[in-house]
Design a protein around this ligand. Sequence first.
Ligand SMILES: O=C(O)CCC(=O)C(=O)O
Length: 303
Amino acid sequence: MLPRIMTPEDILSHSARVLTQSQREDYFRKGFLSAEGLIPRPWVNRLIDLSNEFLDTSRGLTESNEGFDIGPKHTAQSPHVRRLRALVDRHPDFWRFAAESPLADIAADLVGPDVKFHSSKLNYKWPGAGEIVKWHQDTAAWPHTNYSLVTLGVYLDDTPAERGPLSCLPRSHQGPIFVHRDDAGIWTGAVRDEDMAGFDINDVEDLTGDTGAVVALHCRVLHASRANLTERVRPCALFVYAAADAFAWMPQPTPTSHTGEIVRGAPAKVAHLDPTPCPVPPNWAEQGYGSIFTAQKAAAEAM
Ligand SMILES: O=C(O)CCC(=O)C(=O)O
């Protein structure tokens, strides 16, 4: 008999590993979740230490490279790293965290027991407006045969509303997948204003949290993040996991050496194909991928 395609109800029928059943139900209803106290403090401290070490290393850089997306204000005295790319390839402990910590169990709670690692990064939102992230849906940049993918973020410092937390539009994961291009067809990494006009911005929910809080974003949920109005940087480590039966159908923006590895359960024998139409992203293998910051900034400068 062929394996069953997992619906949210099927996923929920498996015992919860880390999240409560009501947190899981909330995630499927709204398309996101934020929760405190799920990651053991020694893991959080290790991530913070590693982040600080990499920021120190960046002092010797003058331009972006494979590992670092460097912002325009970067100097040795005052590092301005926008993103550490392909995090699990930057240090083995980042991969151990992705594969061995309760984070992968949280992914299993949300995509089902068979979980495949997709990608990871560490985003820094510095004080000021530099790293505003516009409304977008993650799946638009890395579509798969179905939409059972989740991005799990871990805040590495307290992230109140004024420090630019992730913000989400509830239930938008049940709507269309929007084009993330301008009228000329150029990739902008952002949903067009006319598409956003259909949403009530009063519905937006901020995913605030203390140091170590986990945020979960369904790959179709509309999300953004505002400027950091505080004096301290907001680091957020992000890890993407897929149901094992979701397969990428285009080259991926920032593949890692662990992309496609099964971190819980077993590999899929059958792909699950969801019929929801999905716009085709650029071919990242041909065009190259900087980061959401470079794509959205280039689009803003071209206007
Ligand atoms: O770091 C943020 O505030 C937003 C991250 C995000 O949505 C992304 O990188 O796709």
